[in-house]
Design a protein around this ligand. Structure first.
Ligand code: NAG
Ligand code: NAG
Ligand code: NAG
Ligand code: NAG
Ligand code: NAG
Ligand code: NAG
Length: 779
C-alpha cells in the first residue's frame, strides 16, 4: 500500500500541473433524533470557559469529550447526534462551568465550579470527589495503553487537582491514588520555598517523577520530586499568558504547552522546552508562533503528530519525531469557526469537528471534516521531501516488558530504507536515569530492492548495571521506575506520517511471576510423626502461655492459645530436630519454573508470636558495623500500625552508610541468609511453628517476596525423656536376655530336643535365606 502511494506521489511530481486536492471533505452526522434520546434526565447543562477543545481517551479509540459552549461526550467517535452533557441537579454544582477534564481509566473527571466530579460513563453515574477543601481549577493525570498489566493500569489511578496560577507559597495541591475518588493534600518538600505561581503539576511516568511547573516573571521551569532530577530544575522557558499543558499519550515524555500566542514542546518531560517553529511556505520559516503572527484556536496531538488550527482559518501539522519541532501550513480551506475543534482519529487522519445545533431537537449534529495528512503532504506545492524509510518494524512495538533486578532484555528492530537513501535508525529511552541501552546496528547481507536491510539489536538493562553509573545521574536502584524505549529515524521527514516510531513500555520493577517457596523435603507426615489425616481434619494445637506473645514483644502471654492449623494452605509441616541449628532453604520460582536457591537476606516471624527460639549469631558475631534492626525496632517504627519488615525499610548493619552505632553487640541478629551463617536455635520444646518469611534484601528483586510455611520441631525434652526411658528398659532387657541365652544355649543344644530344634531352624533359614536376614546356629 505504501509502495502504491509512493508510486502515485512520483507520478504527481512528474505531472506538475496536478491539481491540489481539497484539504478535507465535509460531512454531517445526524442520527435517530425522534426515536431515542438517552440523556432524558434533566440536569445542569455544562459549558467550558476557554477556547474549544477535544479530549480523546488515549486508550479507547471512540471515546472523546468535546468542550465548548456545550460539552459532548461520545462513545462512538461522534458518529451519532448527541444532546449536550449535563450534570445531575443532585450534584448541586452551582454554576455548571467546566475548567478542566481528564480521562482516568474508564472514568471521566471534570472540574465543575472549582470542584472535582467523576462521571462513570459505563454506569452512567456521577459522584463528587472527596478530600478537596479549597477551590481547584485543573486536574492532571495519565493513562497507560500498553498492556493490562496491573502496573500499567495503575498509572491512571494517579490524579492531581490544583488551582492554576495560584501563589505557590499558599496554594493547596491535591493528590489521589484512586482515580480522584479520594484526594489528600500533596506536600511537596520544597513547595514553601518556591516563589511564583503554579503552572501545573504532573505525574511524569516517562521519567518516574512528579513535575511541578512554576512560573516567575514570565519564565517557567519544572521542579522534580525524586533523585536525580530533584537536585536541579528543568531549564527555564518563556511563559506568556496561561499555557495549557498536554501530556502526549505513550509515556514518551512529550509535553506540549500552548496558548493563543505560544506553542512549545518538550521531549524529555520538561527538562528542555523549545518553541515550535512555523513553516508558512517553502523557505518561510518563523522561529515561533508569536513570530509567525498566528493565533492558535485548537491543538491536537497523538503519539506521532501535532496539529494546530488557527483563528486565521489555517491548519498546520508537525511530526513529533525526536529531532523535529516544526509545523507546516496546509493549503487553505474554510474550516474554522469558533466551535471547531481538532482531533486525531487514526494514524495520519485528523478530524475537524463542529457541533451544529438543531432548532427542533435538543440533540446536536456534528459536522466533520477529515484530513488525510499523508495525502495532503504530497501536494507538490508544499515541496515536502518523500519519506526515506519504507519499513520500520519490531515485534516489541506497543508492548510492555518487565526488567526485575539484575535481569536484561533483548529487542530487535528492522528498517528498510527507500532505494538510494540512507536514513539513520536509532533507539532511545525516556528514562536514562534508570534504564540503559546498547544498540548493535548491523547491516544484514539480505538486500531489499537493492538496499540493505538494517537490523538493530537492542540490549536493555538497569542503568546501574552497565558499569558506568554515576550516582548523580542514576535514580535510586531500590525504587521501581518506568521508561519507554523508542526506535525511530533521525531527521525523519515530516512526510513519514504512516511510519510510526516503535515504542515499548519497560517496567523496571517487580516481575509478578516471581514467587518464593520454602523447600519441604522431609515433612513431619512422611516421617510418621504427624498424621496427615488428623491434620486435615480441622486440626488444632495449643501453645502454652509461657511460649508466645501476640504482640511479638517477647513477654509471656497470660492464657494458652488454641491455634487452628490451616492445612489447606500450609500442608504438612517441615520436620526440624530441635537440637540442630536450622534455617529454611528458600527457592525462587518464576511462572511455575524453579530458578534458584535464594541467597539473599531474609527474616522470619512466627505468626502466633512464639518466641521459643533464638538465633545463632549476635550483632557482634555477625560482624555488624551498626546496630542491626530487629522485630522490636520494626514494630516500634510502625507507630502501632500494621508492620512489615521488607525491602523498603531494611537497613543492613553491614552497610557503611548506616549510621546507628553498634551499642548492644550481644542482641540476637535476626537476619538470615546473605553474607552470614546465621541460623535458628530452638528451645527444648516440640510443636508446630508457622513462619512468615520476608526477603528483605532490596537488591534481590523489586517484588515483595514473602510466603508462609510451617515446621514441626521434634526430639525435644518431654518426648525424649519418655523415649530414652523406653530405650534404657529395652537395652537392659536385651542385655539380660542375651546373658541368659549365652549361658543356657550351649547346655541345651547337645540334647535330643536341641538337635531337633537346630535342624528345623536351619531348614527354615535355608528357605528364607534369600529374603530374610537370618541368624544360624553354628557350632
Ligand atoms: C532528592 O531526593 C532524594 C531522595 O529521593 C533525597 O535524598 C535528596 O536529598 C533530594 N535532593 C534534593 C536536592 O532535594
Ligand atoms: C513572551 O513575551 C515576551 C514579551 O512580552 C516576548 O519577548 C517573548 O518572545 C514571548 N515568548 C513567547 C514564547 O511567546
Ligand atoms: C542480533 O541478534 C540476532 C538474533 O536475535 C543475532 O543472530 C545477530 O547476530 C545479532 N547481531 C548483532 C550485531 O549482535
Ligand atoms: C555529584 O554531585 C556533587 C555535587 O554536585 C559532587 O560534589 C560530586 O562529586 C558528584 N559525584 C560524582 C560521582 O560525580
Ligand atoms: C473446627 O474446630 C473449631 C474448634 O477447635 C470449631 O469451632 C469449628 O467449628 C470446627 N470446624 C469444623 C469445620 O469442624
Ligand atoms: C532489638 O534491638 C534493640 C536495639 O536496637 C535492642 O535494645 C533490643 O534488645 C533488641 N531486641 C531483641 C528482642 O533482640
Amino acid at each position: 500500500m505504501l509502495v502504491l502511494m509512493l508510486v502515485s506521489v512520483a507520478s504527481l511530481r512528474l505531472c506538475s500541473v496536478a491539481r491540489a486536492q481539497p484539504l478535507c471533505r465535509v460531512h454531517t452526522v445526524r442520527t435517530g433524533k425522534v426515536t431515542h434520546d438517552d440523556h432524558a434526565s434533566p440536569g445542569n447543562v455544562l459549558y467550558f470557559s476557554s477556547a474549544t477543545r477535544l479530549i480523546k481517551h488515549p486508550c479507547k479509540k471512540n471515546i472523546a469529550l468535546y468542550l465548548g459552549q456545550q460539552l459532548f461526550f461520545t462513545r462512538n467517535n461522534f458518529e451519532s447526534s448527541l444532546p449536550p452533557l449535563s450534570i445531575p441537579t443532585s450534584m448541586q454544582v452551582g454554576i455548571p462551568e467546566v475548567t478542566s477534564a481528564h480521562f482516568a481509566g474508564s472514568l471521566l473527571l471534570l472540574v465543575v465550579n472549582k470542584k472535582v466530579y467523576i462521571y462513570n460513563y459505563r454506569a452512567n453515574y456521577w459522584t463528587a470527589s472527596t478530600g478537596i477543601n479549597y477551590p481547584v481549577s485543573h486536574i492532571s493525570g495519565d493513562n497507560c495503553c500498553y498492556s493490562k498489566h496491573p502496573f500499567c493500569l495503575d498509572i491512571s489511578n494517579v490524579v492531581f487537582a490544583y488551582l492554576l496560577g495560584d501563589q505557590l507559597s499558599k496554594t493547596n495541591i491535591y493528590y489521589s491514588e484512586n482515580w480522584a475518588y479520594r484526594f489528600h493534600e500533596y506536600a511537596s518538600v520544597t513547595q514553601e520555598e518556591l516563589l511564583g505561581s503554579l503552572g501545573g503539576i504532573f505525574s511524569l511516568h516517562s521519567v518516574s517523577q512528579i513535575g511541578l511547573l512554576f512560573i516567575e516573571q514570565g519564565q517557567a521551569k519544572f521542579e522534580y520530586s525524586d533523585h536525580p532530577l530533584n537536585s536541579s530544575f528543568g531549564l527555564p522557558f518563556d511563559y506568556n499568558g496561561t499555557l495549557d499543558v498536554l501530556i502526549v499519550p505513550g509515556q514518551k515524555g512529550i509535553l506540549i504547552f500552548w496558548s493563543e500566542k505560544s506553542l512549545l514542546v518538550s521531549r524529555n518531560s520538561g527538562q528542555l522546552v523549545f518553541p515550535v517553529q512555523v513553516q508558512e511556505g517553502p523557505g518561510t520559516l518563523y522561529s515561533s508562533v508569536l513570530d509567525a503572527g498566528i493565533t492558535i484556536h485548537s491543538v491536537a496531538a497523538n503519539e506521532n503528530g501535532l496539529a494546530v488550527l488557527t483563528r486565521e482559518d489555517n491548519l498546520y501539522y508537525g511530526s513529533l519525531g525526536i529531532l523535529t519541532s516544526l509545523i507546516v501550513k496546509f493549503p487553505h480551506q474554510n474550516i474554522w469557526s469558533p466551535q471547531a475543534a481538532l482531533m486525531f482519529t487514526d494514524l495520519g487522519i485528523l478530524e475537524i469537528l463542529t457541533p451544529l445545533p438543531d432548532s427542533k431537537f435538543p440533540a446536536f449534529d456534528f459536522q466533520k471534516c477529515s484530513v488525510n495528512i499523508q495525502a495532503v503532504l504530497m501536494d507538490p506545492q508544499l515541496h515536502i521531501d518523500l519519506c526515506k524509510v519504507e519499513v520500520l518494524q519490531g515485534t516489541f512495538d506497543n508492548k510492555m516488558y518487565t526488567i526485575d533486578m539484575n535481569s536484561k532484555l533483548e529487542l530487535t528492530a528492522e528498517m528498510i530504507p527507500r532505494p538510494g537513501t540512507s536514513p539513520v535508525p536509532f533507539a532511545m529511552v525516556s528514562n536514562p536515569h534508570s534504564l540503559g541501552l546498547h544498540v548493535y546496528n548491523s547491516e544484514d547481507g539480505y538486500t531489499y530492492d537493492g538496499n540493505t536491510k538494517h537490523r538493530l539489536n537492542i540490549s536493555l538493562k538497569q542503568q546501574h548495571h552497565w558499569g558506568r553509573a554515576d550516582s548523580n545521574f542514576t535514580s535510586s536502584i531500590k525504587k521501581p521506575t518506568f521508561s519507554t524505549i523508542t526506535v525511530d529515524i533521525a531527521n525523519k521527514e515530516i512526510s513519514c506520517v504512516d511510519l510510526k516510531p516503535l515504542t515499548a513500555l519497560i517496567s523496571i520493577g517487580c516481575d509478578l511471576k516471581k514467587k518464593i517457596v520454602v523447600q519441604n523435603e522431609i515433612s513431619a507426615c512422611y516421617k510418621g510423626i504427624l498424621d496427615p489425616v488428623a491434620l486435615q481434619d480441622n486440626y488444632s494445637y495449643v501453645i502454652e502461655k509461657g511460649a508466645y506473645n501476640l504482640n511479638f514483644q517477647g513477654q509471656k502471654a497470660t492464657e494458652d492459645l488454641v491455634v487452628h492449623y490451616p492445612y489447606e494452605k500450609l500442608g504438612c509441616p517441615l520436620l526440624v530436630h530441635y537440637d540442630t541449628p536450622w534455617k529454611p532453604v528458600v527457592e525462587l520460582w518464576q511462572g511455575g519454573k524453579f530458578q534458584e536457591v535464594v541467597e539473599a537476606e531474609y527474616v522470619l516471624l512466627e505468626v502466633n508470636g512464639l518466641f521459643t527460639y533464638t538465633y545463632s549469631l549476635t550483632a557482634g558475631t555477625a560482624l555488624c558495623s551498626s546496630q542491626p534492626q530487629n522485630w522490636t525496632t520494626i514494630e516500634e517504627d510502625s507507630w502501632g500500625g500494621p508492620f512489615a519488615w521488607d525491602r523498603e525499610n531494611y537497613m543492613s548493619c553491614h552497610n557503611p552508610n548506616n549510621d546507628s552505632p553498634l551499642q548492644w553487640p550481644n542482641v540476637p541478629y535476626q537476619i538470615l541468609g546473605g553474607p552470614t551463617e546465621n541460623k535458628i536455635i530452638f528451645d527444648q520444646r516440640n510443636g508446630i511453628y508457622i513462619f512468615i518469611i520476608y526477603i528483605v534484601d532490596p537488591y534481590y528483586s523489586y517484588c515483595h517476596l514473602t510466603t508462609t510455611f510451617s515446621i514441626y520441631v521434634y526430639g525435644a525434652f518431654p518426648l525424649s525423656i519418655l523415649r530414652s526411658e523406653i530405650t534404657i528398659v529395652l537395652i537392659m532387657t536385651t542385655i539380660l536376655l542375651s546373658v541368659w541365652l549365652a549361658y543356657v544355649i550351649p547346655k541345651w543344644l547337645p540334647t535330643e530336643q536341641g538337635h531337633r530344634f537346630k535342624r528345623s531352624w536351619d531348614g527354615l533359614c535355608d528357605r528364607c535365606r534369600k529374603s530374610c536376614a537370618c541368624f544360624q546356629f553354628r557350632r
